[in-house]
Design a protein. Structure first.
Length: 155
């Protein structure tokens, strides 16, 4: 359900190392040098909540920090969800703290799931590649305006 935080930056499970295990949590650290722009990334999974992400900490090479911390979990349909998350961005000139609260959970079948993104909605596009050493790197980001052609079937 959802995505695995161990797939951040397009990496695979082998790019992480386990640094601690306890009855409460698993702690993973991204292997140094895997993603050039990332100095350190740590993921803590709550074993009490079905290995759901509890903390994701990313420190970038330029000093910026991004932290997501689950403050409250809720159990729906036999699965644990992050019901309240604190998100912290720290840059060289400002910091922002945002609280995200889950409002509603509804079970849908995949054939009924249909997402509509209005045309001209700004979206962030990340270009990810590998450097000469084979390490993943963000090669660029752009903001584009969404249009339905992004997901059209190729002719």
């Amino acid at each position: 359900m959802g995505f695995s935080p161990l797939r951040l930056f397009g990496v695979t499970l082998k790019d992480w190392e386990i640094v601690a295990v306890s009855p409460e949590e698993w702690v993973f650290r991204l292997r140094e040098g895997t993603v050039r722009q990332v100095k350190q990334a740590i993921v803590r999974l709550s074993r009490r909540h079905g290995d759901a992400p509890e903390v994701i900490e990313i420190e970038y090479a330029d000093g910026r920090k991004h932290v997501l911390r689950t403050r409250r979990f809720a159990l729906y349909f036999g699965e644990w969800f992050a019901a309240e998350v604190e998100e912290l961005f720290q840059g060289s000139y400002q910091s922002t703290l945002t609280r995200h609260v889950l409002q509603r959970v509804v079970r849908t079948s995949p054939d009924r799931l249909h997402l509509e993104i209005p045309n001209n909605t700004p979206i962030r596009v990340w270009t990810i590649g590998r450097d000469v050493g084979g390490n993943l790197e963000v090669q660029g980001t752009t903001t584009q305006m969404w249009n339905d052609h992004f997901i059209a079937d190729p002719e």
